[in-house]
Design a protein around this ligand. Structure first.
Ligand SMILES: Cc1cc2nc3c(=O)[nH]c(=O)nc-3n(C[C@H](O)[C@H](O)[C@H](O)COP(=O)(O)OP(=O)(O)OC[C@H]3O[C@@H](n4cnc5c(N)ncnc54)[C@H](O)[C@@H]3O)c2cc1C
Length: 508
């Protein structure tokens, strides 16, 4: 392909998916590749920032699994990953009267919920209801067995309430009643360690790896000259007669013309903006996929203390509210604290605890001042823990919902998704235009504007991003694969051979 016949490819969003896609297109030999990013930084939901003695990740933090995980495959050989150990298994369960639930009980409760989800997937396959009703039945059924008759029902209930919040954080759902039981299995967990951290570097190290920023010692690596930051796309006009697409950005009269647009914005952004973003509106099947695939919010809270005040063998603790204590905060300005379900240690950060909050209360937290949120967290520490709690010296929360460039954290399969019968595949379908095939010199002859979503001619608007991944949605490896999938689609369209010398293998 020569530069004169190189198609103009615009990628909207410089998160993991957009970046992976751009890198791959350049490796295929496409040269006219431009990334438009609304934020003043690249990375999207990978957001590593300096904090405490090191860095923290406000978004993606761990490489989830090893087998068939492209992030693992790429990072492992550079020795970039390390196990986080059992931080999210060995936590203490603390009641709101400061009682630590004995290990002998908490471990059995943990085993019951883990058994329901991990070893009984066959049962979930035949489940017509929600994940919430499935888990509730399983949990109380197990508790009714004679061997569990010594477990205090109040503690078991408190544990299960808390566990559901944890599981909501995995799904990004507000309640497990909205999560499809069967849909839960659409997500494939990669075998191997599912909590691999990036040592003292944070997840941004992965972007440095794939853009070669580490070797080239510049921030954008091979994407230098290909990224425009603070360029927020407000309209994509995809029905021009000449097979091109017009792109308009906020606060900018300039129209960018592209032969292909690859959209990687979050499903949250699509849900909010699809009606204004596309001219003409998207085909009905695409609108349906956007409306009915689910997207929710999970937020993180990082607190640094002047010194560590918790015992060395604590990896974290979850907050079990006794019924009589939860009433104390319900209906008050502290009610949102109910959905902060636990605080955990952070690798390479000896004085930091990281809390998690889900759902509507997680979104509410984003509207509060930093002082209010911090005061709420300190209230929790003092309510649940027996030690003197020092005043924190540093504090940071994520705000994934309030930020108009994200509108939430990640996607999942809801009961509504199930009912509508749509899929990530539908979301990933490109908008195509019927046209003559690319000429032998690589360019494409234009024809009448005849749009179709099913006839795969020239893809003019393509969709990537984590939510378009069939089985690895809500992850970075899913986002990478989706970016590569769309790069490959263009390579196939232009007849770039899989065996061409620039064809990238998994290695970097
Ligand atoms: C709290 C949290 C924890 C997570 N933990 C993990 C984890 O441990 N491991 C894991 O694998 N995954 C994790 N994830 C999920 C992972 O971060 C995402 O799946 C992945 O980063 C999504 O990448 P993406 O490129 O699809 O989307 P994004 O990262 O959202 O990229 C899209 C980009 O588009 C930009 N954009 C939006 N609108 C416009 C516009 N109009 N014009 C131009 N640009 C626009 C955005 O600013 C953004 O940079 C987590 C996510 C969150 C929020």
């Amino acid at each position: 392909m020569t530069s004169s016949t190189n198609p103009r490819i615009v990628i909207i969003g410089a998160g993991v998916s957009g970046i992976s896609c751009a890198v791959r297109l350049l490796q295929y030999g496409f040269e006219n590749v431009l990334l438009l990013e609304a934020e003043p930084r690249i990375g999207g939901r990978v957001h590593t920032m300096p904090f405490g003695e090191n860095v923290i990740d406000l978004g993606a933090q761990w490489c989830h699994g090893e087998k068939d995980n492209i992030v693992y495959e790429l990072a492992h050989k550079h020795n970039l990953l390390e196990t986080t150990g059992g931080v999210y298994e060995n936590y203490k369960c603390i009641r709101s009267n400061r009682e630590v639930v004995p290990e002998s009980i908490s471990q059995r409760l943990k085993d019951i919920v883990s058994d329901s989800l991990v070893t009984r997937q066959m049962e979930l396959r035949n489940c017509n209801g929600s994940l919430g009703s499935y888990l509730t039945n399983k949990f109380y059924e197990a508790l009714g067995r004679p061997e569990n008759s010594d477990i205090d029902m109040a503690i078991a209930r408190e544990f299960f309430e808390n566990y559901q919040k944890f599981e909501n954080s995995v799904e990004a759902s507000d309640t497990l009643d909205e999560v499809s039981g069967r849909g839960y299995l659409e997500y494939w967990e990669c075998d191997g360690d599912i909590l691999l951290n990036w040592k003292d570097k944070g997840f941004i190290e992965f972007l440095r790896l794939i853009t070669k920023a580490r070797e080239l010692a510049n921030e954008l690596g091979i994407l230098e000259q290909h990224v425009l930051l603070e360029k927020r796309v407000k309209q994509i006009r995809w029905n021009r007669n000449d097979c091109c697409v017009d792109i308009k950005c906020d606060n900018d009269d300039e129209v960018i013309i592209a032969d292909h647009v690859i959209l990687t914005v979050s499903l949250g952004v699509l849900k909010e903006q699809q009606l204004t973003l596309f001219d003409p509106k998207l085909p009905v099947e695409k609108q349906r996929a956007i409306d009915s695939l689910a997207f929710g919010t999970v937020n993180k809270i990082f607190i640094e203390f002047p010194e560590k005040f918790w015992p060395d063998d604590w990896t974290g603790f979850t907050l079990l509210w006794r019924e009589e204590d939860i009433d104390e905060i319900r209906g008050t300005s502290r009610a949102w604290l109910e959905d902060v379900f636990g605080f955990y240690c952070v690798s390479y950060q000896p004085k930091i605890l990281s809390g998690w909050i889900i759902g509507a209360n997680g979104r509410h937290m984003e509207t509060l001042s930093e002082d209010e949120v911090l005061a709420g967290c300190i209230f929790l520490f003092r309510k649940f823990l027996e030690w003197d709690i020092p005043e924190p010296c540093n504090f940071k929360t994520s705000t994934w919902h309030t930020n108009e460039n994200f509108r939430g954290s990640y996607s999942f399969r809801s009961m509504y998704t199930e009912e509508v019968g749509t899929s990530a595949r539908e979301l990933a379908q490109p908008l195509t235009i019927v046209t003559s095939p690319p000429l032998s010199n690589g360019s494409v002859a234009s024809s009448n504007a005849l749009y179709s979503q099913t006839r795969c001619d020239k893809p003019i608007v393509q969709f990537a991003g984590e939510a378009t991944s069939d089985h690895y949605y809500s992850t970075v490896h899913g986002a990478v694969e989706a970016g590569w999938r769309e790069a490959r689609r263009l390579a196939d369209f232009y007849g770039v051979s899989r065996n061409s010398t620039k064809e990238p293998k998994a290695q970097l």
